[in-house]
Structure formats: C-alpha cells, structure tokens
Design a protein. Structure first.
Length: 279
C-alpha cells in the first residue's frame, strides 16, 4: 500500500506551512510575513518542491524551517550569496531569500549591493524592524540616529541606511515596500515580486514590539503609495528619496534583462572533470 498522499488539486497556504511551530515573540510582525509568503505561493500555485527559501541569521531568518519548501539556513549575512548560487545552478527553482535589516544591510551589505547589480531572478524579502531583535535590542543599520536606548544612550547619531534607495541605485529591477500588518497586501506584493523576471527587493516593515514597542504606531502611519508604479528609475528615485518611509506598494518595476549564466551544452561526467584538472 502506498502511504504517500497525492498532492492536492489546488494548493492552499496551509500546504506551505511545516509542522514546526514559530518561536517568535508575541506581537512580532514576522508571524504575518510568514503567512503572507505562504499565501503568495498558494496564489501562484507553485509546488513546494519547486520553491527554495534561503536565509541567514536573525529572528526573521527562521522562516525556512516553518515552510514545506526546500530550505537553507546559512550564516550571518550570506543568504543572498547562497540564494544567488542556488538560482544560477538551478534556474528551474523559485528562490526566495529572507532575512532582517541587521543580517541583510550590515554584514550582508556588500552581498545586497551585488545581488541588485547582477539582477539574478530571485526575490529578496527583508523584515525590517530597525533593531537587532535576536541579540537583545542593539541599533541596526536602519535604526533612527536619535533612538535612545540602554545600549546607545542618546542614540547612535549615525544616519540610517536607506535600503530602497540603495537597491535602486545598485540596479535592482523591482523595488517595493510592504507592512506586516497588511497580510493580504503583503502577499500580493510578494507574488508580484516572484513573478517579476529579475532581482525583486521587498522591504517589509515588521514591528519588533519587544524592543521597539513604539512601533505599534506603524499601523496608523503606513499608507498606500499615492502614485502608480513606474519603470523610470529616475522618477522612482525622486519618489523614494522624498517619501516618509511608510509608503507601501510596488515603487519601481523595471525591464532590465535578468542575469542568465552560461551553461555547458551537456552535463559532464566526474571522469571528464577530473581529466580537465589533470591537464
């Protein structure tokens, strides 16, 4: 008797959720981001075995364990490097890279720049809470310079990193912002990012109410972008540079051709590779 159940005719969000229970703090925005990712995958009817979720280190980087897709939990700041290699080696897979502002913009900052520049066809989802949540509340690259806390009394005084502007300048062909408090809107943006042919960068404002309780107010500050998406990078740059940081939606969708690696016309055997290195 075959104990393997046939896949359902129609995939739902539940088909992408693993049996592993999330261990985030109560009120963490990452709960709804996980739900938005599974809703997006279900809306696209992508079989879990055709999707890979790659992450680095941090609270948000736990996401691969909570899905039924292929998962890779790597080291701090290197998720984009691993995700890029995976997509180039297996272009048939849908690759999502997930992480936080500390993992992605600090130690992973250089990988972020070059992933935008290369324009490999993958989707990078960053849950931005303006703090290092897993390591007890240090200032992150996106923390406001005047945020007063025990670890940085009076604030760091350092200008905040602006990821959307950096992504656009570095060459990302899809730039968007979402809010974890709007799971349906976030799911729609993620689905659009996955469908986009090229590097899709999605910043998700995801409150950390444990170390930044004032972020509960984000729900009254976020608003839909007042203008339609543009494919003009100069126009997108002006919009992003002058917005208040709470505009949500797809802010830029360009048409730059996605990177495609040159591939050998036929796979080689181990003996053929060994012979090449022996020469």
């Amino acid at each position: 008797m075959n104990d393997v159940c046939p896949p359902p005719t129609v995939l739902t969000a539940a088909n992408y959720k693993s049996a592993t229970k999330p261990v985030w703090c109560p009120g963490c925005g990452d709960f709804t981001v996980l739900g938005a990712i599974t809703k997006a995958l279900a809306s696209l009817q992508l079989p879990p075995h055709e999707v890979a979720v790659v992450s680095g280190i941090g609270c948000s980087s736990r996401i691969p364990a909570y899905t039924t897709c292929y998962g890779f939990h790597g080291v701090h700041g290197r998720a984009l490097a691993a995700g890029t290699g995976l997509k180039v080696a297996r272009p048939d897979l849908t690759v999502l890279v997930t992480g936080g502002d500390g993992d992605g913009y600090s130690i992973g900052g250089n990988h972020f720049l070059h992933a935008c520049r290369r324009n490999v066809d993958l989707t990078y989802i960053v849950m931005d809470n303006h703090v290092y949540g897993m390591t007890k509340g240090q200032a992150s690259p996106t923390t406001e310079p005047d945020w007063d806390n025990k670890l940085a009394p009076g604030g760091t005084g350092i200008r905040s990193f602006h990821p959307l502007v950096i992504a656009l300048a570095a060459g990302a062909s899809f730039v968007a912002r979402a809010f974890s408090g709007d799971p349906n809107g976030t799911a729609e943006i993620i689905a659009r990012g996955i469908r986009h042919p090229g590097f899709a960068f999605i910043e998700i404002l995801s409150p950390c109410v444990t170390f930044r309780p004032e972020q509960r107010e984000w729900k009254s500050q976020v608003h839909a972008a007042p203008v339609e998406v543009t494919d003009d990078p100069a126009r997108a740059a002006r919009r992003i540079m002058t917005d208040d940081g709470f505009n949500t939606g797809v802010l830029y969708a360009g048409n730059r051709k996605a990177y495609a690696a040159a591939r050998n016309p036929a796979p080689r055997t181990v003996a053929e590779v060994a012979e090449e290195f022996a020469l």
